[in-house]
Design a protein around this ligand. Structure first.
Ligand SMILES: Cc1ncc(C[n+]2csc(CCOP(=O)(O)OP(=O)(O)O)c2C)c(N)n1
Length: 321
C-alpha cells in the first residue's frame, strides 16, 4: 500500500531526474561525484520542506536538491561544464544557489563545517521565533569529524529545530565505515547528545521521507533535533574516474539488487499508481530535459583567465596599479 501516491510519484520523478543528470555529468567530467544508488536520501530528505525551511544537502547527489528548490537544470549544467555563467563563475561544479532558495552552498570542499553552519541557521530560526526548520545531510565519513559532534551536541542542548541526516553509503573515498569507527550503528550516537536516533533503509525513499517528516514535525513543535542514519551504498567510485578497485564486486552486486529507483518503481506498479508506460515516459522525459539543458548550457561563455577573480583574493600588489 502506498499511503500518499502523489508524493511517491513526485519523488520517483526527482530520483529518475537525479540519476539521468548524474550519469550525464559523470560522462562529461571525470571529477564528478557520482550519486548512483543514493538518490533516495537527498530526495526523501529534502522533498516536501517549506520554502522558508533551510536545506543543507551533502555534496553527493546534491544537484537534484538545488533543482527541487528551483534552480534550472541549465544552471546545474553551467556548473558541471565550468561556464562563467554558473553560480560559482566556472570555478567549481557550483553546488550552490541564490540565497533566497535557502539551500546552503557546499562549495568550499572542507567537509564538516556545513553541519555547524546548518546548526547556526536552526539557531536563527529559533531565535526569530519562526517555526521553520533546517535539514542537513552529510556522509558517514564526515560524521567522524569533530564538527559533527560539536554541532549535534549544541543542537541537542539548545533544542534547535534541525534534522541531521547521515547518508551512510559505507565508503569515504577508499575507507570503509567499519574501519573508521567501532560504532555499529551511527544512529546510536544520538543517545550521547540526548536526542532521538533513527536508523532507516536509505534505499527506500518512502521510509526516508517518513522518518524525516516525523523529525521535521518534532522540530517544528519545538522538541529539538533528531539524528537519522539512512543506510545506502555508493554504487560507483568516489569520483567518476575512480574504478573503486579497493572493494569487492560481490558487495556492489549485492547492493545493485536494492536499487532505490527500481524498488520504488516496482511498488508503484504493484499498487497500480503508475503503469509501465508512465514509468518509461518519466525516464524518457528526464533524458530529454537533461539533454536540452546541457545543449543550452554548452552555448554559455567559457571562463576566461580574467575571470579568475584574483582581485577578489589578493590585494593590489605593492607598486601595482
Ligand atoms: C575536512 C576534509 N577532509 C578530507 C577531505 C577529502 N575528502 C573529500 S570527499 C571525502 C570522503 C567523504 O566521505 P563521506 O563523508 O562518507 O561522503 P561520501 O564521499 O561517501 O559521499 C574526503 C575524505 C575533505 N574534502 N575535507
Amino acid at each position: 500500500m502506498i499511503e500518499d501516491p502523489k508524493t511517491a510519484v513526485a519523488m520517483h520523478r526527482w530520483m529518475v531526474l537525479s540519476r539521468v543528470l548524474d550519469e550525464a555529468c559523470c560522462q562529461e567530467s571525470a571529477h564528478w561525484f557520482p550519486s548512483r544508488g543514493e538518490e533516495a536520501v537527498p530526495v526523501g530528505t529534502f522533498y516536501g520542506l517549506r520554502p522558508d525551511d533551510v536545506c543543507a544537502p551533502g555534496y553527493r547527489g546534491s544537484p537534484i536538491v538545488f533543482v527541487m528548490r528551483g534552480v534550472r537544470l541549465e544552471q546545474v549544467w553551467a556548473g558541471a561544464l565550468g561556464k562563467r555563467t554558473s553560480f560559482g563563475r566556472g570555478r567549481h561544479f557550483s553546488f550552490t544557489a541564490p540565497i533566497e532558495l535557502r539551500v546552503l552552498p557546499y562549495i568550499a570542499g572542507d567537509l564538516g563545517p556545513i553541519i555547524s553552519q546548518a546548526t547556526g541557521t536552526a539557531f536563527a530560526q529559533k531565535y526569530r521565533k519562526s517555526d521553520a526548520v533546517t535539514a542537513v545531510s552529510f556522509g558517514d565519513g564526515t560524521s567522524n569529524r569533530g564538527d559533527f559532534h560539536e554541532a549535534v551536541n549544541l543542537g541537542g542542548a539548545w533544542r534547535l529545530p534541525i534534522v541531521y541526516v547521515i547518508q551512510n553509503n559505507h565508503w569515504a573515498i577508499s575507507m570503509p565505515i567499519e574501519r573508521a569507527t567501532a560504532a555499529k550503528r551511527l544512529a546510536d550516537r544520538a543517545a550521547g547528545y540526548g536526542i532521538p536516533g533513527v536508523a532507516v533503509d536509505g534505499n527506500d525513499v518512502l521510509a526516508v521521507h517518513a522518518a524525516v517528516q516525523e523529525a521535521v514535525r518534532r522540530a517544528r513543535a519545538g522538541h529539538g533535533p533528531t539524528l537519522i542514519e539512512a543506510e545506502t551504498f555508493r554504487m560507483r567510485g568516489h569520483i567518476a574516474a575512480d574504478t573503486a578497485s579497493y572493494r569487492s564486486a560481490a558487495q556492489v552486486e549485492e547492493w545493485q539488487g536494492r536499487d532505490p529507483i527500481r524498488r520504488l518503481e516496482e511498488r508503484l506498479l504493484a499498487a497500480g499508481v503508475l503503469s509501465a508506460e508512465e514509468a518509461q515516459a518519466v525516464w524518457a522525459e528526464a533524458a530529454q530535459e537533461v539533454g536540452e539543458a546541457k545543449a543550452a548550457a554548452q552555448r554559455h561563455p567559457d571562463i576566461l583567465p580574467t575571470d579568475l577573480g584574483l582581485d577578489e583574493i589578493f590585494s593590489t600588489p605593492l607598486g601595482g596599479a
